[in-house]
Design a protein around this ligand. Structure first.
Ligand SMILES: [Zn+2]
Length: 302
């Protein structure tokens, strides 16, 4: 079991909701696609590290700061020396390596060099650990997790693990002897406490609330084609069913996710949850699940 679980970043949740409700600018759409793909890859890697029996503190997804620079760790394994640092890449398709560059084979487009990313992360982590009084060896690897990834002219002697090498690599790692002590735990706790959350709001401020489509979307496929029955909502596209209370609560949370500064009034929730067609019911759900403040018309929920 991991010491720190991975969860979707605020930015990914935010972009998913936005993507369902408005047309994303091309750049933001690309970002959404990359984040989704990256997250899927990280979850694939988590399924491997979860099975490890070798004693370690497994920290997934940390956003840390060291000497004024922020850096993102996909996976850190704290154990008896060395520690292991992993940068997980879910690249798919054919790539080639030339003069220190990674390019796509189909159109020779250079992509971000994951080795440089790893090096930066490794160096900043090392500095951070030193500042905390830990001088430990770190072994850092780029993990290419996708079985449909191939790198032509792959460089020798670089810290890269390819999909085909993963089972053997994980086995070897799992056979390591490791004894954990209080200092390890202490460090794991310190790093988790230092984890930061990045706010996406400034970056996407142009998607104002009047630009997006209101309404309840399906929790599974995010379509608007949701119908209301006696006690549940059902999606016409994927068939997903959800209780009315759950759907209303989820939608209010979604408005809060998209616009945390916005004060949500009862009338607004009626508007968003129009499909439910019973104001009485929505009011009851709001009163039971959220704290209201203000007077009748200006009543809003926190
Ligand atoms: Zn659906």
């Amino acid at each position: 079991m991991s010491f720190k679980e991975r969860s979707e970043t605020l930015e990914l949740q935010f972009l998913r909701s936005l993507n369902a409700r408005t047309e994303l600018a091309e750049k933001d759409d690309q970002r959404f696609h990359n984040l989704t793909k990256g997250y899927e890859g990280e979850l694939m890697f988590d399924r491997l590290t979860e099975k490890m029996e070798c004693p370690s503190y497994l920290l997934n997804d940390l956003l840390l700061e060291s000497n004024g620079s922020k850096f993102q760790i996909d996976t850190l394994m704290i154990m008896q020396e060395p520690f292991y640092l992993f940068e997980v890449k879910n690249y798919e398709g054919d790539f080639y390596y030339e003069n220190g560059r990674f390019c796509t084979l189909s159109n020779n487009k250079e992509i971000k060099n994951p080795l440089l990313q790893l090096e930066r992360c490794d160096s900043l982590l090392r500095q951070l650990l030193q500042n905390l009084g830990y001088r430990v060896a770190i072994q850092a690897y780029v993990i290419f997790i996708n079985p449909r990834f191939h790198l032509y002219q792959s460089p020798l002697n670089k810290p890269i693990i390819y999909p085909g090498q993963l089972p053997h690599f994980m086995n070897k790692l799992n056979r390591k002897m490791s004894t954990l002590n209080g200092r390890h735990k202490n460090l794991a706790e310190q790093l988790v406490a230092m984890h930061q959350t990045e706010s996406p709001y400034e970056k996407y401020a142009k998607y104002t609330i009047d630009r997006i489509e209101k309404g309840v979307i399906c929790a599974s496929c995010h379509s608007f084609k949701v119908c209301c029955y006696d006690r549940h909502l059902q999606c016409e596209v994927c068939g997903h069913r959800e209780g009315i209370d759950e759907a209303v609560i989820r939608t209010v949370k979604e408005i809060k996710l998209l616009y945390p500064e916005h004060k949500i009034t009862t009338n607004e929730v009626f508007e968003w949850c129009e499909v439910v067609d019973s104001k009485k019911r929505i009011r009851r759900i709001l009163q039971q699940n959220f704290n209201g403040t203000g007077k009748t018309k200006g009543f809003f929920f926190e």
